[in-house]
Design a protein around this ligand. Structure first.
Ligand SMILES: Cc1cc2nc3c(=O)[nH]c(=O)nc-3n(C[C@H](O)[C@H](O)[C@H](O)COP(=O)(O)OP(=O)(O)OC[C@H]3O[C@@H](n4cnc5c(N)ncnc54)[C@H](O)[C@@H]3O)c2cc1C
Length: 444
């Protein structure tokens, strides 16, 4: 029976562990917070922070698509009014409970193939080809294979008592209802932050600023378009690909369809499209198109979109577009200066507090995660070309500094997004985990 160490007990680590256990593997999982299944995405306690994927698409197992929905029906928690449907957008904290339950059943059954440690992995090395991990408390563990699932990393931002970073605080802000707030970023984390403030009875304006001022689109019920591979020119320049997508959207909307069906229809192809883009085009996409892609691809649940629309209509939420120039202290407040996107004039905003919702660390090589740093420093891993994560092979094996994938070290989930791009949400992570478990357990 093969033994596995998994570093990180967020969604990717838990789903990976469940897949390996199903196939008879022995798993030791390390999670530094001790909170299984939470990670950045699912640690929120706010019941209004919803999944942005429908319940029917959130199963941990590709071969059992209703697994999450069935759990939801059976979990004994009171459903919201009207009950859950496969189309529902469920509170994210319930998804954490679901992920936890995937491993809890093994622990409850006294299955000794699963051991969970609340500890941080700070170093990894090879001894006679066998991987060894070292914990913060100085203990050493070894296994046949080590899988890294450390996920997203909060960005390095300015800090201070008046600046909160969304990914670290996860929507729990101690902000008085009469304090003016500026939010940096206008994506889904901004949306969550606004919901948290509204839930606490926030009374004064909330200013959300990003370079383009783009808000995530609203989910509607659409059937993904069937897009055949030969309709997309794999390997063509990004500009041509964009042109193809624009034409598809125009054609669909002209016929009364919805642009969302095209964006969703691209999903089965997006990893391959990314793979075939040149490095220059990948960088161009990240610099110019990513905000546009994100707001169309990662959408708001309708009930969330309704609250955001209302907050905008009443003037409580003000979306601004511009380039941040400076943030300085002014008496007890913060003075923000930004250059407006349209025109060269500079706007000044005086606020009591700032929430930074600009997302994760965009430069993987400067990671502060000691487990990952040690791999890079020892030459056991290297960043991918776009510096979004680890360089991995199609089999998810980590490529070392020499460009070889010689060691039993693997990565899954957002850690591999530079190579796969479309691999940060559950419908993609679960496929990676299943494939990797099949490959690793087949060689037993
Ligand atoms: C706010 C937010 C909302 C999202 N909503 C959705 C959604 O609705 N639907 C969807 O499909 N996807 C959603 N996503 C995408 C999300 O990234 C994935 O679903 C998933 O959570 C990624 O899981 P992960 O385990 O790879 O990373 P993470 O969730 O970041 O978990 C990594 C874990 O590893 C632990 N760790 C890190 N380093 C170490 C170490 N050295 N030693 C030990 N432990 C360590 C961390 O403590 C953490 O618990 C959302 C993402 C975010 C950020």
């Amino acid at each position: 029976m093969k033994s596995f160490i998994i570093v990180g007990g967020g969604a990717s680590g838990v789903i990976m562990a469940a897949q390996l256990l199903r196939r008879g593997g022995r798993v030791v999982l390390f999670e530094l917070t001790g909170q299984i299944g939470a990670g950045i995405a699912y640690s929120t306690e706010n019941p209004n922070h919803l999944l942005n994927v429908r319940a029917g698409n959130m199963s941990a197992f590709p071969d059992d698509p209703d697994h999450f929905f069935n759990w939801l029906q059976a979990c004994g928690l009171p459903p919201r009014e009207g009950g859950w449907e496969k189309q529902s957008f469920v509170p994210r904290r319930l998804y954490r409970n679901y992920l936890e339950s995937l491993l809890q059943s093994y622990l409850d059954a006294g299955d000794r193939r699963l051991v969970i440690h609340q500890d941080e992995i700070v170093d990894t090395m090879l001894e006679a080809g066998k991987p060894i991990v070292v914990t913060e408390s100085g203990k050493r563990f070894s296994a046949d294979v080590v899988i890294f699932a450390t996920g997203n990393e909060p960005s390095v931002t300015s800090s201070g008592s008046q600046v909160s970073e969304y990914w670290t605080s996860n929507g729990m802000f101690d902000i008085a209802p009469d304090q003016t707030v500026a939010i940096f970023g206008t994506g889904l984390s901004m949306v969550d932050s606004v919901l948290s403030l509204l839930d606490r009875g926030h009374q004064v304006p909330i200013h959300a600023i990003s370079r383009r001022g783009l808000l995530p689109a609203r989910h509607t019920v659409v059937v993904p378009a069937v897009i055949e591979a030969d309709e997309l020119s794999f390997g063509a320049p990004l500009s041509r690909l964009m042109q193809t997508v624009r034409v598809m959207i125009r054609k669909t909307t002209k016929q009364g369809g919805d642009w969302r069906s095209i964006i969703d229809g691209l999903r089965p192809h997006s990893q391959k499209l990314w793979h075939h883009l040149s490095l220059a085009d990948k960088q161009r996409f990240l610099r110019h198109l990513r905000p546009w892609w994100d707001v169309h691809r990662h959408r708001m649940a309708p009930e969330v979109a309704d609250r955001i629309d209302k907050a905008r209509q009443t003037g409580q939420l003000i979306i601004r577009s511009g380039y941040l120039q400076s943030v300085s202290q002014m008496d007890t407040d913060m003075l923000i200066r930004y250059r407006n996107r349209y025109g060269n004039d500079v706007t000044e905003l005086r606020v009591s507090t700032i929430i930074d919702c600009r997302g994760g660390n965009l430069c993987f090589s400067v990671t502060r995660n000691r487990a990952l740093l040690s791999l890079l420093e020892r030459g056991l891993a290297r960043p991918d070309q776009t510096d979004l994560g680890f360089d991995v092979t199609p089999e998810l094996k980590i490529v070392n500094a020499m460009g070889e994938a010689a060691n039993p070290l693997y990565a899954i989930g957002p850690l591999t997004k530079g190579v796969y791009w479309e691999v940060t949400a559950i419908p993609d992570i679960r496929v990676q985990a299943e494939k990797l478990a099949n490959a690793l357990c087949a060689t037993d």
